[in-house]
Design a protein around this ligand. Sequence first.
Ligand SMILES: [Zn+2]
Ligand SMILES: [Zn+2]
Ligand SMILES: [Zn+2]
Length: 439
Amino acid sequence: MHKTGIIFFPAFDLAISPTHPEREERLLYTRDQIFEEGILDHPQIVEYTPRLAEEKDIQRVHFCVPDIAAQTTTAHFISAGSALKLADALMTGEIKNGFSLVRPPGHHALRVVHGNRGFCNINNEAILVEYLRQRYKIKKIVIVDTDVHHGDGTQDIFYHDPDVLFISLHQDGRTLYPRTGFVNETGGPGAYLKTINIPLPPGTTDEGFLKVWREIIKPILDDFAPELIINSAGQDNHFTDPLANMLVSSQGYAQLTKELKPDLAVLEGGYAIETALPYVNLGILLALANLNYSFVVEPEGQAEKLKQAKSVSQYIDEIIIYWQKKMSEIPPSKEELFAGKKVYTTNKHHYYDTDNIREQQQESVFYCPDCPGLYQVISQSRRGYGRDYSLKGISIPLYACPQCEEKGASLWHKAQKEKLYDLYYLQDKKNDLYIQESK
Ligand SMILES: [Zn+2]
Ligand SMILES: [Zn+2]
Ligand SMILES: [Zn+2]
């Protein structure tokens, strides 16, 4: 009951070149470090083997174009499935928390998947959330994304979901991929302030990282009172990460983990495979297991030399004041946020950096006073190479009221007859039913 579960699996991927930043070697140094320290011998830590996710687990979250097979390899099923296996162990009381140390990552994967974005195809944390809700009837879940990149995929998936609070702290999008995650992205009209973005300046150290956690995230999280906490545990805020510019150390990550107390942590990014991941992973694991992590220090005392510039501290203080003020205001009502309209429509453009795909999207959420409301997406891809696809997806929320459930079914029947798009998807979360048809 007091154990910390760990799944460690650096799934080998034939599709990835030996120099790719997100290759399986990312995790091999971590494995050495964990063995060297004898961590797995601790009675508090129990290792599990991965299992494969099922197609249905993915369909609860994504509209994969043209199908799941085209967007996944076995590694994706292992990565998503490992988190689900730890979720089962958690929910049956075998473990008190767990850490899924797997690849590939997932937090840049959007609801519609035309290809790979930021090394992600399917969203492991979103799949985990929908699984926990469907199987264990957990209602309120928070995801805290501590990867240096904005978790734009997770944000996209839960943007209109009032029962999932998504909090991302990351290096400011003006200086880093995916160039989103600003303070004004606060959730759709039915889920206002259920998306919280905290963009941090380059050069943020443990001091700023922990201050933001204590003064912004923790009060918001406590106020939401989640039944379960998930941590998208990206490690690229580390001072040696080659893709970003932050100055966080393994001690900072471990301390945050100790205070956040996630029920489940899922590895996201982190590309300094020798200098960061072994230390950060070890620190997180020890913190989860409530073991001493003070000895986990990067070599040559580099971490001790990290100093946060005055300008960085000032900027962080301003963000803290911004959020404290925002959270003290009386929020507008759902009716006001819909501004008297029956449907809230957003036009979006997505770029898939790794696969060179451009996507145009129209997203519609239907106003309902009694439930989160129906969701519809129309999407058109333009590929640098290969075939373009258009699609329409209809999603009936898990907690849909009877009227919306009925209306969703009739929207789907109408859609099946219109033959305007290449692909049609029904995602009926209420009945856990998923259908895909082509024109
Ligand atoms: Zn993040
Ligand atoms: Zn990242
Ligand atoms: Zn409704």
